[in-house]
Design a binder for this molecule. Structure first.
Ligand code: FAD
Length: 463
């Protein structure tokens, strides 16, 4: 009898299983694919970041090195080497989970898990055999799958989802991206840098969904200058493949239009994945989107059955799934852990990067919360100049009365790393004055954060 059976080995599931092992629980983690790590390690965060880094190097070699006095000539793209490097990184990281499972005595089981009773999970293995696991508790961490829209069929060749766009064997001539969210912009950036013409079609009048409007506007301007073409406020109605050509039809201001390319990336969001999981066997229902709802202990409406990660409400982010995995298992063991959903950072790994934590200006206005704002550009920062990466700014939002940090947005070099300081500050309930009075090493990009914090009270030192 297991104490806990985890279904799914993504960042939510494998971290939960490891923490359970560390706390002395007898635990198994079931994964239907042949490698651990879920979407994030296999076809999400890690391979996309590997390609973003490689393609950025390629672009730098073409356009950015000369200003440093570094001349390069005869630059060539070896796409298969780039893809192979990505595969190797994925292999190293997914393999590492097997090592962690051994170290913390987690039974990793390969096969498809279905819940066949409140205390039972049946695993169907690839060789056709079945293994029945008896368990005190079950944790669902089955993640999500890409969504599509009516009229658009993902054929995994000409019309692909994010998984397909991580492995094009040649650079598309014209890549049409449906959806200007994080995944569309990141993967669109990869292929643009490698030589594709990229057109992004978006239903909303702005890019990056609910992100800060000022940041989204700046991002669109920068990506536009880089050569990405945006068609906003348009409704895609269908795709049609004819040989190597894909025609995407869409409506713009009530008028029917079309555009042609040779590959289409459909990045219109993801949906929770619970197919074949056997939820009805225990009377566990999802909402219309397929989301499982949980209480503050991550327990579902069925006692002893828990859920975390992309399959429950909240941002679909790897680190959110991980935090939930840890807190869920710790609470099972009587540890009073918690998650502050207001302090979960969000990063877009484009160039420049875009990162945020806490509330945006729009959200604060909507909630009627009075706030002060400080903003400082990377242009006035010595390190950004040395890097020749001076686009963007840091914005800090603090409560008008108490000065407590309510949110922060960064668009600029290494924004994804810089946001960590502000996430920790939010977690500790810091004020903008706390950040402004903390010593930041010189010359670093983090000084822009300090200056933005000082700007909240109108007294930046270098402007
Ligand atoms: P998943 O990672 O989806 O894992 C679920 C696992 O459960 C899968 O391995 C699946 O095979 C398995 N499974 C499902 N059903 C069963 C079953 N019945 N039996 C056995 N196994 C089952 N997030 C970030 O934070 N940062 C990023 O930079 C980032 N980049 C991304 C880039 C792309 C292209 C994509 C697609 C996503 C990206 N994400 C990123 C999102 C991130 O990958 C997800 O939020 C995260 O993986 C969710 O973790 P999870 O554990 O909930 O589920």
């Amino acid at each position: 009898m297991y104490d806990l059976v985890v279904i799914g080995s993504g960042p939510g599931g494998y971290i939960a299983a490891v923490r359970a092992g560390q706390l002395g629980m007898k635990v198994a983690c079931i994964e239907k694919y042949s490698t651990y790590g879920g979407t994030c390690l296999n076809v999400g965060c890690i391979p996309s970041k590997a390609l973003l880094e490689s393609s950025e190097k390629f672009e730098e070699a073409h356009h950015a090195l000369e200003q440093h006095g570094v001349k390069v000539s005869d630059i060539q793209l070896d796409l298969s080497a780039m893809l192979e490097r990505k595969n190797q990184i994925v292999g190293q990281l997914t393999g590492g989970i097997g090592y962690l499972f051994k170290k913390y005595k987690v039974d990793g089981i390969q096969g498809f898990g279905s819940i066949t009773g409140k205390n039972q999970v049946t695993v169907k293995k690839d060789d056709g055999t079945e293994e029945v696991l008896e368990t005190k508790k079950i944790l669902i961490a089955t993640g999500s799958k890409p969504s599509s829209i009516p009229g658009v069929t993902i054929d995994k060749d000409r019309v692909v989802d994010s998984t397909g766009a991580l492995k094009f064997e040649e650079v598309p001539k014209h890549l049409i991206v449906i959806g200007a969210g994080v995944i569309g912009l990141e993967l669109g950036s990869v292929w643009r840098r490698l030589g594709a013409k990229v057109t992004v079609l978006e239903y909303m009048p702005k890019i990056l969904g609910n992100s800060d409007a000022e940041v989204a506007k700046e991002a669109k301007k920068i990506f536009g200058k880089q050569g990405v073409e945006f068609l906003l406020d348009v409704k895609v109605t269908g795709t049609k493949v004819d040989g190597e050509t894909v025609t995407v039809t869409y409506e713009e201001k009530g008028e029917s239009k079309s555009i042609q390319g040779d590959r289409v990336l459909v990045s219109v969001g993801r949906r929770p994945y619970t197919d074949g999981l056997g939820l009805s066997n225990i009377g566990l229902e999802t909402d219309k989107r397929g989301t499982i709802h949980v209480d503050k202990n991550f327990e579902t409406s069925v006692k002893g059955v828990y859920a975390i990660g992309d399959v429950i409400p909240g941002p679909m982010l790897a680190h959110k799934a991980e935090e939930e995995g840890v807190v869920c298992v710790e609470r099972m063991n009587g540890i009073g852990a918690h998650i502050n959903y207001d302090a979960i950072p969000d990063v877009v790994y484009t160039e420049p990067e875009i990162a945020s934590v806490g509330k945006t200006e729009e959200a604060l206005k909507e909630a009627g919360i009075a706030y002060k704002k400080g903003k400082f550009p990377f242009m006035a920062n010595g390190r950004a100049k040395a890097l020749a990466s001076t686009q963007g700014f840091v914005k800090i939002l603090a409560d008008e009365k108490t000065d407590r940090l309510l949110g922060a947005q960064i668009i600029g070099p290494r924004a994804g790393d810089l946001i960590a300081e502000l996430a920790v500050a939010m977690e500790f309930g810091a004020s903008s004055e706390d950040i402004g009075r903390s010593s930041h090493a010189h010359p670093t990009l983090a000084e822009v954060i300090k200056e933005a914090a000082l700007s909240v009270t109108g007294s930046p030192l270098n402007m």
